[in-house]
Design a protein around this ligand. Sequence first.
Ligand SMILES: CCCC(=O)SCCNC(=O)CCNC(=O)[C@H](O)C(C)(C)COP(=O)(O)OP(=O)(O)OC[C@H]1O[C@@H](n2cnc3c(N)ncnc32)[C@H](O)[C@@H]1OP(=O)(O)O
Length: 303
Amino acid sequence: MCTRATNKVLHGVLKQLKSQSNVTFARSVYYLNRPNLQPIRTQLATFEGGSVELEMDNSSGIAVLTLSNPRRLNSMTGKMMVDMADCVGELELWKEGKGLIMCGEGGNLCSGGDLTFVRKALHYGEEMAAYQHDTLTRLLNLPLISVALVQGHTLGGGAELSTACDYRVMSPSAKIGFVQIKMGLTTAWGAATRLTRLLGRRKAIDLLCSARILLPSAAFHEGLVDYVIPRICDDELQETKNWLMRNFCNYDTSIMRAIKSLVVNADLSMDMSVALDNERKLFAQTWGGPVQRKALDANIKHK
Ligand SMILES: CCCC(=O)SCCNC(=O)CCNC(=O)[C@H](O)C(C)(C)COP(=O)(O)OP(=O)(O)OC[C@H]1O[C@@H](n2cnc3c(N)ncnc32)[C@H](O)[C@@H]1OP(=O)(O)O
C-alpha cells in the first residue's frame, strides 16, 4: 500500500489533532485513489424501483440505513445502489456518529440484486461491481460501528451487503446464504475479499462454493454472525440498537471513532510498521488529552 500517501494523510490529521480538542480519525488511503464512477452512477439511476433511506439521530449518535423494496424482499435495483452511495456520503460527514444499523423494510434485509435489474444490467457488470465496491468499502471504513440486521431471506448480494458492516446481528427466523455460485456468478459486491479477511480462507471458500443457506445457530457457529436475537424479542431493530449501544458506545465518541479509523488503516493492508507508527502517533495525541484527564479525574474521585 502506498506509504507516502498514507504519511501525507496522517500528517494532515496530526496537524488537525494539534489544533483540536477532539481526536480526529485518520482518513484511510482508500480515499486517495477512487475511480471516476459518475458514468455508471448515471446509468444505474435509470434502473428504477425501491429506495434506501437514512435516519441519523444526533442525540443517540445512532443512524439507521433502511433498504426499501418490500414487495421484492428489498432486492437491490440500480437506483437503490445510487441511494445507498449517497447515504454513505452523508455518514462520512456526520461527526456525531457512533453507530449505524443497516436493515430492510418489512423484516427482510435484502434478497440480493433485483433479478429484473440484474437481467437489464448484464452489460454493466464490471462497472456496477466497481460502483458497489466503492460504496461498500466506504461504508465499512466509516469511523463508527456498523451492524447489519440480518432478517428474512438475506441471500446473494444481500449476504454480501451484510459483510460490509463491522458486525452482524441475526433474527432467530432469518436465513443467510451466498448463493451467487448457483446463479453462475462469483461475488459481485466484494464479499469474497471481506469474508476471507473476516473468517479466513477455509470458511470463505466453504460458504461461497457450497452456497449453503445458514440458519442463525450455524451462522453464529461459523463466526459470520455476532449475536442472535432472542425469540421472545418483539422489536428486533430496537434490540439491535441496544446490543450496539451496550457493547460499543460506553465511552468518548471521538476516541471510539479514532480507534475505528486505526483498525481501518491497519486492515487496509498497510505494512505493520506503518500501522504501528500510525497507532503510536494517534495514541500520543490522546495520552494526556482532555478526554483522558476527565476520565482520570473521575477515577481519582472514586478512590
Ligand atoms: C448482483 C448480486 C448478485 C445477486 O444477488 S443475484 C440474486 C440472488 N438472490 C436470489 O437469487 C434470491 C431470489 N429469490 C428467491 O429465491 C425467493 O424469492 C426467496 C428469497 C427464497 C423467497 O422465497 P419466498 O418466501 O417463496 O418468496 P417469493 O419468492 O414469493 O418472493 C416474494 C416476492 O419477492 C420477489 N423477489 C424475491 N427476491 C427477489 C430478487 N432477488 N429480485 C427480484 N424479485 C425478488 C419475488 O419475485 C416475489 O415477488 P412476486 O410475488 O413474484 O411479484
